[in-house]
Design a protein around this ligand. Sequence first.
Ligand code: SF4
Length: 512
Amino acid sequence: MPAEVAIPIACNKDCIGGCPLLAYVRDGRVTRIGNNRVGSPYMSGCAKGFQAVKTLYAPDRLTAPLLRTGPRCSGSFKQVSWPEALDLVAGQLADIKARYGAEAVMRLGGSGSCRGALHNTRSLASRFLAMFGGCTELTSGYSNGAALFVTPFVLGTFNAGIDAGTLQFSNLIILWGANISDCRLGSEMEARLLEAKRRGTPIIAIDPRRTATASHLGTQWIPVRPGTDSALMMAVLYVLITEDLVDAAFAARYSAGFDGLVQRILGGDGPDGVARTPAWAERICGTPAETIVALARQYGRAKPAALLPGLSIQRTIGGEDAIRMAIALQVATGNLGQPGGSSGAFAQGTLPPPRVGSIGVPVLAAQPAVPTYRWADAILGGQAGGYPSDIKAIYNVGGNYVSQGSDVHKNMRAFEQVEFSVCHDLFLTPTARYCDVVLPVSTSLERQDIIFTSGNYLLFSNRATKPLPGTRTDYAILAELAARLGFGRVHRRQRRGGLAAQLRGRLRNPRL
Ligand code: SF4
């Protein structure tokens, strides 16, 4: 029997935990995936990363390009050859551009493989479409739109995460809408929290649900109504202010405008003149006033305290306020920038990594763009509805936007309206069922890359096995389309160097 070898890989799922893993391979076939504790004994993957082998060999994985033959979403497709599919996609894109302009193509998706320096579903598609002549781009994302927008206004940067190792210095940890057991927030976070709990550090989980985190990692669970976190935070600050628990010297030295916030919380400077008392907050967030008072007292006296918010608190109307208030609380208690404290900003994915090159995206002047949350509205409304372009085609790479956006019926109508749609995917997802052409891609186990993680480290991910026959990388697909559309590497060599260069270019043309 052939020997089993362990090949270092990195999980590049969009949780951005950046877990170093090992793919165990026997006779060219991945048999299982496990932890690779190369960097720290605290680093560990989760079931999602370990199950990647099931995705790799899933019986319903796509292994041939599909062309739609029935009504959209009917699931009626026929298999076509790669040259036929690529010719068709290139022809449709060229036709749309000729009739309406490049901005009539909207780029969708991106988070499918978004951690690679090269195999990055967002950068690759954006680069391809920029070289195509532009497109209508999406800004921000479903995950962290409010946090991404508002954090730089408060801190001057979005790079304000935490090294989970510093939790060893914390006297109190508050997980605010952060379900670490399921969402992780980094490869080390869960293990560091467990260690802190065993050490006797109080860990308060504030969450509408008694999550696995609240049960297993937390020492106390405080329920709150969904979408009311900023009210609860304001009431906590009210108690800190009125019970003289604010680190006034710290706030004065390291922040601007804190006095104005104090006035607003006390009711003196607000539009309604209402003080943000625990009783006021209880009516909004359902958390008993006495629980709020106890929380604020414990928090105000437990320096250093780490407040770690998840992204859930900003996925609501006015979600920016919860992000701002969490940072303000860490300023008020003097915990920002302290070992064992935290910035109060989103606690993952935001430490500056080592510098390394990655696939570049040309910056186009005057490229139309719409917020991710508005993509379907932009298609349905067009310029008449105040959006920057009239969308006629969708190019979707690494995303399932029909079901990811909350208004699924609106998303379906948007896909129904366009003249042409194409996607790259592993499976016939709901979005793929709406597309005219579906191009089957390889998984991260079938290619090598450098992976950007949530921490201050990079990982190299080896190719654990050959791509499944019939699949190609996103890079290879887009390179072939670029060649057909006149801006590929082979095409440029043809123009520059004649036949010899053309042959050299073909020999080197990557099928990575
Ligand atoms: S925590 Fe995230 S990066 Fe780590 S194995 Fe799980 S899904 Fe992959």
